[in-house]
Design a protein around this ligand. Structure first.
Ligand SMILES: [Zn+2]
Length: 65
């Protein structure tokens, strides 16, 4: 799969890929409430990721570089 043409490389999600060793962040394709649709720049997998934002559970400790 190629990179999604709608990818905005200026908006990255600072999570490690769950499909490959990439730990350099994921491209953010779209978002829906606390879910974001991300694509790995390395293996090009896409999936919905729960950011846990909006749950009132405090700061996301893994969300910042
Ligand atoms: Zn990957």
């Amino acid at each position: 799969m190629a990179l999604d043409p709608s990818v905005d490389i200026g908006r990255k999600v600072w999570r490690s890929c769950t499909h490959c060793p990439n730990a350099d962040g994921l491209y953010l394709l779209k978002s829906n409430a606390n879910l974001v649709y991300v694509q790995c720049p390395l293996c090009h997998n896409t999936w919905w990721l729960d950011t846990k934002f909006g749950h009132g559970g405090g700061p996301d400790k893994s969300g910042n570089p």
